[in-house]
Design a protein around this ligand. Structure first.
Ligand SMILES: Nc1ncnc2c1ncn2[C@@H]1O[C@H](COP(=O)(O)OP(=O)(O)OP(=O)(O)O)[C@@H](O)[C@H]1O
Length: 222
């Protein structure tokens, strides 16, 4: 396995709104690649907004974002940091149906300009771990929900992220597949990756070392 790079992310008093609506109203949080955190909160409380800020997809209006103790501003640094350190998993998998599982998994690596030989060496250890080697040449439309999510997890791992950000990763799965996905994430966590996930499911939240609740634009510990 490739070495996983250490990272530390600190949000300080982050505020974010849309138009006149305030969504995050002073969120502070520190995580690193040894963290496993779950975030819960009512629908519309701002969980995805927080994840998108944390995952360097979205900017913020006020506050500070420190990446490895360096303050970074929304904008130009985001793409490279995101690519080099963060993997994403979504409830709806976000796979491209016209492509095979293999093509979906390697997409971020292709964009990042990774050499084919390196991709092929690295992908084999990932797909073995996730038990999806037999699916590589299949189209993703033919897969079950659990298989789709394992392919999506493989895609999230292809650039060897230090942090996995997962937005309701088990939301569409039955309990058997939910538990399988959580065991995979737990395994990746034990290998040295940080995990931050949004969930409504107590059983999923229980996998985390720390449970955080978002309400009225602020975080509290559950
Ligand atoms: N791009 C956007 N433009 C305008 N409003 C937005 C945008 N993104 C989110 N919002 C609003 O911000 C609020 C928080 O949304 P967010 O998706 O972060 O909540 P959530 O807690 O993840 O909700 P859910 O559990 O339903 O997915 C909502 O009222 C939403 O309508």
């Amino acid at each position: 396995m490739k070495k996983i790079k250490d990272i530390e992310i600190e949000l300080r008093n982050i505020k974010k709104g849309y138009g006149s609506q305030s969504v995050l109203n002073g969120v502070s949080l520190r995580i690193d690649n040894t963290s496993f955190i779950s975030i819960c909160g009512k629908s519309g409380s701002g969980k995805s907004t927080l994840m998108n800020i944390l995952g360097l997809i979205e900017g913020y209006d006020a506050g500070e974002y420190l990446f490895n103790q360096q303050k970074i501003e929304p904008g130009k640094d985001y793409y490279l940091l995101r690519r080099n350190y963060i993997g994403f998993i979504y409830q709806s998998y976000n796979l491209i149906p016209e492509k095979t599982c293999y093509e979906n998994i390697i997409l971020p690596a292709m964009y990042a300009g990774m050499k084919q030989a390196e991709i092929d060496t690295y992908i084999s250890s990932i797909v073995d771990r996730l038990e999806i080697s037999h699916l590589l040449e299949k189209g993703t439309f033919a897969l079950s929900g659990g298989e789709k999510q394992r392919v999506a997890i493989a895609r999230s791992l292809i650039l060897n992220p230090s942090l996995i950000v997962a937005d309701e990763p088990t939301g569409n799965l039955d309990t058997h597949n939910r538990d399988a996905v959580m065991e995979i994430l737990l395994h990746e966590h034990r290998n040295g990756r940080g995990i931050v996930l949004i969930t409504h499911d107590e059983a999923v939240a229980d996998y985390a070392d720390e449970k955080i609740y978002l309400k009225d634009g602020k975080l509290s510990i559950c």
